[in-house]
Design a binder for this molecule. Structure first.
Ligand code: NAD
Length: 494
């Protein structure tokens, strides 16, 4: 990865990338082409192939053939590791191209796409590649007259359906563990971020991934995605996206061949701030947690749950910090935040804010789209106070830079408010009292609780939700379990 500051605009104008369907190691023009609209300025970036049900059939057949003849699963673990690690290094070599493509298609600052998304993609491929021969099978103690083995077998053909907010990261969180255990795959990226997936898949071929092991078919969720979720020859569907789509995918899985679904869904994260916390740190992190990636984060800290006694002090600091996070052209090096991923997403955010204000919320900052003259989609940091914990804005996932402010007076109430949504993805507790930190974090029904930090972690720990945030975590060695079947062989000895 080069360390010099690239000229993102020049790179955006010159970057080359594939736009077809990737099936069985070959690029196809596809049955139809769809425009990719940049949220930076509303302009058409290019057009890209969308696959139909027939394309999904061919991609699944290619994945199935590559799985059954064991061209990948049967390769020595060392050789498979070499491919994934080589692929990781190629991602680094192409970091700026991948970053600028991310920005063009979904609007986050190119600086962040390179520092966060591309880095995560590189590290995930490398981490799971290196893990391939570290996860062992088991031989239980069953006595002298028998011999039993518990083996981890690759589960077969995995379908991955992914969103647009961290396209590279979230795709690789699925691809790397599934390929590491020896599965073959069909990836259906979000229709709003189709380009990065094609680019990274091309690098996979260059790294030595055999034909058919990773197929990429772009398309709309209701058609291409649904064809994959209900396909009779897919063994697992692993999904990241909204809770509503997760429900549709689980239904399709049940009504087709009962493929195994794994669902990473929405969230309504809270920063729970106690009076004994480092209030400067809590406020800075709370502002960051809802504005980073323009709030388009499943784990966004979209609720500030603050003790009544320090509310005014904390809120003043949060407002100060959020005021500095204004949207700007994401190809500018200094853009604090970039664009909202699409005009439709902007409309959704604004609609939820308006509903919250109609229901009695008090607007403290933001609340109207900005930079409208650019033709792009931009929403400023927005803060709404005066909400009840069960109000619409305190309940719904906004997926934009919009913070709801709530207060509590006791530890029990803090936990109750933290848990008062259908979601259970991630939240943070801010306190310098270790016992309280442990008690409150234990009480929060979340896949992840951070103490005195937000969004920290690495590949060694799982990331996933409980309740309607889904099940089946990404990351960590547990992610490899998702894509394996346990097989028992019991041998009676003579
Ligand atoms: P989305 O549910 O609209 O789309 C996600 C993917 O599902 C896309 O590829 C889409 O084409 C596909 N899809 C849509 N309808 C489908 C159907 N009927 N059958 C099969 N596939 C279908 O979500 P989005 O707007 O792309 O992403 C935002 C959502 O993702 C938010 O709710 C966010 O919280 C969630 N998310 C969750 C995590 C997590 O790890 N829990 C991470 C990032 C984003």
């Amino acid at each position: 990865m080069t360390t010099m500051t690239p000229d993102w605009r020049t790179l955006a104008a010159s970057v080359q990338y594939p736009t077809g369907l990737l099936i069985d190691g070959k690029w196809e023009a596809g049955p139809s082409r769809h425009e990719v609209i940049s949220p930076i300025d509303g302009r058409v970036v290019t057009d890209v192939a969308f696959g139909d049900a027939a394309a999904i059939d061919r991609a699944v057949a290619a994945a199935r053939a590559s799985f059954e003849d064991r061209r990948w699963a049967g390769m020595s673990p060392m050789d498979r590791k070499d491919v994934l690690v080589r692929w990781a290094h190629l991602v680094n070599d192409h970091a700026e191209q991948l970053a600028v493509l991310t920005t063009l298609e979904m609007g986050k600052p190119a600086r962040e796409a390179k520092a966060v998304d591309v880095r995560a993609c590189h590290r995930t491929l490398r981490w799971f590649g290196e893990a391939i021969d570290k996860v062992l099978d088991e031989i239980p103690k069953v006595g002298d007259s028998s011999w039993a083995m518990i083996e981890r077998e690759p589960a077969g053909v995995v379908a991955a359906i992914t969103p647009w907010n961290f396209p590279l990261t979230l795709e690789t969180w699925k691809i790397a563990p599934a390929l590491a255990v020896g599965c073959s795959m069909v990836l259906k990226p979000s229709e709003m971020s189709p380009l990065t997936a094609l680019y990274v898949a091309q690098l996979g071929l260059e790294a030595g991934l055999p034909d058919g092991v990773l197929n990429v078919v772009n398309g709309l969720g209701a058609t291409t995605g649904a064809a994959l979720a209900s396909h009779m020859d897919v063994d697992i569907v692993t999904f990241t996206g909204s809770t509503a789509t997760g429900r549709a995918i689980m239904t399709a899985a049940a009504q087709s061949n009962m493929k195994r679904p794994y669902l990473e869904l929405g969230g309504k994260g809270a920063n729970v701030v106690f009076p004994d916390a480092d209030l400067d740190a809590a406020a800075a992190a709370s502002a960051w947690a809802v504005t980073y990636n323009a709030g388009q984060m499943c784990s966004a800290g979209s609720r500030l749950v603050v003790h009544e006694s320090v509310k005014d002090e904390v809120l003043a600091k949060v407002l100060d910090a959020m005021a500095a996070m204004q949207p700007a052209d994401p190809l500018d090096h200094s853009a604090p935040i970039g664009a909202i991923a699409s005009a439709r997403q902007l409309e959704t955010i604004h609609g939820i804010v308006r509903d919250g204000l109609d229901a009695g919320g008090r607007l403290l900052m933001g609340g109207e789209p900005v930079l409208v003259e650019t033709g792009g989609s931009y929403y400023p940091p927005t803060v709404v106070d005066g909400l009840e914990p069960d109000s619409l804005l305190a309940q719904r996932e906004v997926f934009g830079p919009v913070l709801s402010v709530l207060t509590f007076t006791s530890d029990e109430e803090a936990v109750a408010i933290g848990n008062a949504t259908n979601y259970g993805l991630a939240s943070a507790v801010w306190t310098n009292d270790l016992s309280r930190a442990r008690r409150v974090s234990k009480g929060l029904k979340m896949g992840t609780v951070w103490v005195n930090c937000y969004e920290e972690g690495d590949l060694t720990v799982p990331f996933g939700g409980v309740k309607q945030s889904g099940f089946g975590s990404d990351k960590s060695l547990h992610a490899m379990d998702k894509f394996t079947d346990l097989k028992t062989t019991w041998i009676e000895l003579s």
